[in-house]
Design a protein. Structure first.
Length: 133
């Protein structure tokens, strides 16, 4: 179905300082991906499928502040291409088009009618799913 908020991202001028802050205050752990200037923020226990084990919880990320300067929420969609077309048709704009996250799915960024930057996420089809993703 889609439409739920499934991820958040926080910009940082100093990623080490930001990780230290969120670890100390909230107990978050991080999976650092230096080649992407990005850290996955693990805010909640994960199940065997790599999804949050606590209902209603989401994980996120910390990224190097650049073009994106404010926190971003990411919305789950079934078809990212269709969502981007619908966004553009209804007054939003594609900020960064569909990009593959190998083995996981695809993401993109758009601006809404109010100028807010929002992320999109489409999961890859589970292995063995003939319907595709």
């Amino acid at each position: 179905m889609g439409g739920g908020v499934v991820h958040f991202e926080l910009p940082a001028d100093d990623e080490d300082r930001a990780r230290g802050f969120y670890k100390a205050v909230f107990g978050w752990t991080f999976q650092v991906m230096p080649e992407m200037e990005y850290s996955l923020a693990l805010t909640t226990p994960m199940d065997e499928h790599g999804r949050p084990a606590v209902a209603g919880s989401i994980n996120g990320g910390i990224f190097r502040r650049g073009e994106l300067r404010a926190p971003v929420v990411t919305i789950d969609v079934e078809d990212i291409d269709a969502a981007l077309r619908d966004i553009a048709a209804r007054g939003g704009a594609v900020l960064r088009g569909k990009m593959e996250v190998p083995g996981s799915g695809w993401n993109a960024y758009f601006t809404d009618t109010e100028g807010n930057v929002v992320g999109l996420w489409q999961n890859a089809a589970p292995a063995g799913d003939a319907a595709g993703g």
